[in-house]
Design a protein around this ligand. Structure first.
Ligand code: DHB
Ligand code: FE
Length: 286
């Protein structure tokens, strides 16, 4: 049986890719951000997940405004990156796990999620930067990428993304192969890249989101998308990816690590590491 061992939320700002390429980890601007990954590296080295399910949003590399699926799941054995125009080097490709992808696709469709299935899919900075941050020496595990539309309105609701995560969690629990899975949500936290509120950041709301994500994620499902845009910024809606990640985890999680730093580029940069508490352990603790 596949087992979800934990969840990680992280920002995916493209400038991080340039800083990695230029080895700016100890630069005063970057150090408070990169140092937030030491605990994540230690945990990943100890836990050694076999596969990562990555909830993120595509920024125009696969899907543009003319055709934009609400939810798209990769079902390939390899996912390439391409030049996105951010001035960061094109990343290495990520391996896929097509049999696991198809298992997830079958199960979430049966659960009522009319996803788009992609036997070919590119990955953009929203996947490659988190993988590079978490596994800086390479050695990325195979991934199942799940792209959530956070770009073109109408967006899926907080509740719907949380439910998608729960459906993925149930699908993983019924996968016959013994696999240790880490679930990842990328993007956010608060940021707005354009318009009158360009540069908008909301530390108070970000803190509330991180607190509730661990303690009471269902409470966050009450925010509407217009409220989320107002409180987190037009691109802060990438928090939907974190909601899906949290949904895939069990009812109870333990927050092992948190880092929050303002700003990286135009974004409030956050890193959150959750250990998943399996049901038996929760019963024992109760
Ligand atoms: C920035 C943040 C993002 O989430 C993104 O996709 C692109 C740019 C930024 O803050 O520069
Ligand atoms: Fe983004």
């Amino acid at each position: 049986m596949a087992r979800i061992i934990g969840g990680i939320g992280t920002t995916h700002v493209p400038a991080i890719g340039k800083a990695i390429a230029e080895q700016k980890h100890d630069d005063p601007y970057w150090k408070p951000f990169f140092s937030g990954f030491t605990a994540v590296h230690k945990w990943l080295q100890t836990e050694r997940p076999d596969v990562a399910v990555v909830f993120s949003n595509d920024h125009g590399l696969n899907f543009f405004l003319d055709k934009l699926p609400t939810f798209a799941v990769g079902a390939a054995n390899e996912y390439r990156n391409e030049d996105e125009g951010w001035g960061i080097p094109v990343s290495r490709a990520a391996k896929g796990d097509a049999p696991l992808s198809w298992h997830l696709i079958n199960n979430v469709v049966e659960d009522g999620f009319d996803i788009t299935m992609c036997q070919e899919m590119l990955i953009d900075h929203a996947v490659t930067i988190p993988l590079n941050l978490m596994w800086p020496q390479g050695g990325w595990p195979p991934i199942v990428p799940v792209a959530i539309n956070t770009v073109q309105h109408p967006l899926p609701s907080m509740a719907r993304c949380f439910e998608l995560g729960r459906s993925v969690g149930r699908a993983l629990a019924s996968y016959p192969q013994d696999l240790k899975v880490v679930v990842i949500g990328t993007g956010g936290l608060s940021h707005q890249l354009d318009g009158e509120r360009a540069g908008f950041i909301n530390k108070e709301f970000d803190t509330l989101c991180m607190d509730q994500l661990s303690a009471d994620p269902e409470a966050l499902t009450h925010y509407t998308i217009p409220q989320l845009v107002e409180l987190a910024g037009a691109q802060g809606v990438e928090f939907l990816n974190w909601m899906a990640m949290r949904g895939a985890l069990g009812g109870t999680v333990r927050e092992l690590h948190r880092n929050y730093h303002i700003p990286i580029s135009n974004t409030a940069a956050a890193t959150l590491l959750f250990e998943n508490r399996p049901r038996a352990e929760r019963r024992k603790a109760a």
